[in-house]
Design a protein around this ligand. Structure first.
Ligand code: MRU
Length: 378
């Protein structure tokens, strides 16, 4: 997608190293960082310079390639896989990409491994972009249908009009949580792929962006990338989502997933489950953009998926831009008050209206997923 009108992917190989957009610096600085070793890739994933399930997978694939340049032996391959796998536990794309890498590389002589690993990482990136384009076409169709079926603007309550510009009440109001956007993938995003296509096709829309505490991927990243593409959006505190739904200001919820199980339970950023509950209570469709690389057919119940717990500092401290233009980190919770920082939650399949995949849209169920992906279902 574009940054100041210039198209970028979020990760690419260049001049013998790997380039990433350092997401810990956004939205206040756009910084391209270089990964030149396995350890640099491990650090980039663990510290969330790169984050979002599909991008974590792509970064791991490049991490494996960098590792093969350092030590292409069987031991080197096993060690690199183990180091990368330990970075973050929830997004299944990490294991998916590493398994694919190990499967391709293990049968090769060591001197062929680095070149093959770089080519494979590039292919994983291209496949991700392609899957997101296809998934986006299905997401766009859903948005189109909901827009067409909407009560005409004159008959709708627009509440206090927040986020609704006069003369523009025909816009479809989409609510999203976290960042399932371009920045979470290699390009176009998953939840945002349909939104970007809708915008390109001229469907009038506006996106409510959940701030997504504690790391504010919605407020920092989704808002920034929607702004760069010129998409109308409004950031809201996470607690405001249900209120807006109750006031008729949300037409559809569209989120991503870090791992969706064989029966359609959706593991996604903490706070997704309450959004789904509020959507159900208000009769609002709740869709999940789930590329096949984020579907884990080896797990049935969402409760079996390991939920990452991150440092409490992310809850007790907040980083942002000061009025003077610098960046500062300040404590917002009393000294001595303990905090817990669960990074993901599980939305049960029963609350999901549909899963939007690159092969089409299906109900969130074992049968639905098996119909779309018969070769992977157990
Ligand atoms: O902790 P993060 O920022 O890696 O979590 C990202 C999310 O939860 C996204 O919603 C998810 O990965 C879907 S991304 C296409």
């Amino acid at each position: 997608m574009n940054v100041q009108g210039v198209p970028y992917r979020t990760i690419w190989a260049e001049g013998g190293s790997v380039k990433i957009i350092d997401q810990t610096r956004l939205p206040h600085a756009f910084v391209v960082a270089e990964l030149d070793s396995l350890e640099a890739a491990v650090t980039a994933i663990a510290t969330m310079q790169v984050r979002g399930a599909p991008l974590i997978g792509a970064a791991a694939a490049y991490g494996l390639a960098l590792a093969m340049r350092e030590d292409p032996t069987d031991d080197g391959l096993a060690r690199a896989r183990e180091r990368l796998l330990a970075t973050r536990p929830t997004a299944v794309n990490l294991r998916w990409a590493l398994d694919r890498g190990a499967e391709h590389l293990a049968p090769l002589p060591p001197d062929e491994r680095a070149g093959t690993a770089f080519r494979l990482a590039a292919r994983i990136c291209d496949d991700d972009v392609d899957a997101n384009r296809r998934l986006g076409a299905h997401g766009y169709r859903i948005l189109q249908e909901i827009h067409a079926a909407r009560v005409p603007a004159s008959g709708r309550s627009t509440g206090d009009g927040v986020g609704v510009v006069e003369g523009d009440v025909d816009r479809l109001n989409v609510l999203t949580h976290c960042n399932a956007g371009w920045l979470a993938t290699v390009d176009r995003g998953t939840a945002t792929a349909g939104i970007y296509q809708a915008h390109e096709e001229g469907l009038p829309l506006h996106v409510w962006v959940d701030e997504t505490r504690p790391r504010s991927q919605g407020g920092r990243l989704t808002a920034w990338e929607l702004g760069e593409q010129g998409i109308p959006h409004t950031v809201i505190p996470d607690g405001a989502a249900a209120h807006l739904m109750a006031r008729g200001q949300v037409d559809v919820v569209l989120v991503g997933t870090d791992r969706t199980t064989a029966r359609g339970d959706v593991v996604n950023k903490i706070g997704t489950y309450p959004v789904a509950l509020a959507a159900r209570d208000n009769g609002i469709p709740f869709y999940v953009a789930a590329p096949s690389s984020s579907i884990d057919f080896s797990v049935d119940e969402g409760t079996e998926v390991p939920i990452e717990e991150r440092a409490p500092d992310e809850v007790t401290w907040v980083t942002g831009k000061t009025a003077e233009g610098g960046v500062a980190t300040v404590r917002v919770i009393p000294e001595g008050s303990p905090a817990r920082n669960y990074a993901f939650d599980v939305t049960p399949a029963r609350l999901v209206t549909g899963l939007v995949t690159e092969r089409g849209v299906t109900e969130a169920s074992t049968e639905g997923l098996a119909r779309l992906f018969p070769e992977r279902a157990r």
